[in-house]
Design a protein around this ligand. Structure first.
Ligand SMILES: [Zn+2]
Length: 274
């Protein structure tokens, strides 16, 4: 037990050393997957959150929260640093079936009318069939009319179905599908010019050992203007390790040409949400 603990401490220590190493990316970061949800409010004040962002040289963030009041709190505290996304639900219970809940359509309309948002989501969607509700048709119409970027955590199949329904949507694909392999991500980016892929939870896929995985390297270079990075602070453990999550990205970004790293770390999200 003690040996395992010691090993894991040594491992994370050596990783941190590597992540802060000479060749890691040192420039500014746009965190395009931030949450400030109710479960974090007691532990981290808006001031604490900003301090974490500052220490990690994170200049801007795409923010969504459960409930949306978390987004409003941080936005009021640091308006120039937060790009607000709207979640079409008010609590964790409503998260399960928001795409077929009419009450939430009017909630979303009201909320969108009162505060200027740039994104719809992050939302999680399991199946293609979930897109076929009348409520979802209303959400997608709203997103298109108001030029909101959809921040969807979903499969490649759902992304493809979304573009079949409405080719003009702009989609930021959370975690690049979480477990979708590089060839699938390549195909979707090739086929859909309005698709961007956000890479929270993917740092270890991109760089398993001491260098970039070859398929990922090819993909990141091929679509250098279409990737963004993020932390996904959905629980306090991820807030606690915030610096580490950003440093993990800095490490693999450092293996790319500087110009490409700068785009993925910051500029692509800036262009998308400007
Ligand atoms: Zn998330």
């Amino acid at each position: 037990m003690r040996t395992a603990l010691l090993l894991s401490v040594l491992f994370s220590f050596s990783f941190v050393l590597r992540a802060n190493g000479e060749d890691s990316y040192k420039g500014p970061v746009f965190d395009s997957h931030l949450h400030y949800s109710a479960t974090s409010w007691a532990q981290y004040s808006p001031g604490d959150v900003l301090q974490k962002l500052d220490s990690a040289n994170v200049k801007t963030a795409l923010l969504s929260s459960t409930p949306n009041e978390g987004t409003a709190k941080l936005l009021a505290f640091a308006p120039g640093r937060m790009v607000p996304g709207l979640r079409p639900y008010r609590n964790a219970a409503e998260k399960v079936a928001w795409y077929k809940n009419s009450e939430l359509v009017s909630y979303t309309q009201t909320r969108l009318a009162t505060l200027r948002h740039k994104a719809f989501g992050e939302v999680i969607l399991g199946y293609r069939e979930d897109l076929e509700t009348p409520q979802m048709a209303q959400y997608l119409a709203m997103a298109e009319e108001q030029n909101l970027v959809l921040h969807f955590h979903t499969s490649a199949a759902v992304i493809e179905a979304l573009f079949e329904m409405r080719p003009n949507l702009k989609i930021l694909w959370a975690h690049a599908g979480f477990s979708e392999p590089p060839d699938v991500i390549t195909r979707l980016l090739d086929q859909n010019p309005n698709l961007w892929a956000e890479l929270s939870y993917r740092a270890e896929d991109i760089m398993g050992g001491t260098d970039l995985e070859p398929e990922w390297k090819t993909l990141l270079l091929r679509h250098a203007t279409r990737f963004t990075i993020g932390s996904d602070t959905w629980q306090n453990g991820r807030w606690q390790n915030y610096q580490y999550l950003i440093d993990q990205h800095r490490e693999w970004l450092g293996k790319l040409p500087q110009e490409v790293a700068g785009k993925i770390a910051y500029q692509n999200a800036e262009v998308l949400f400007r």
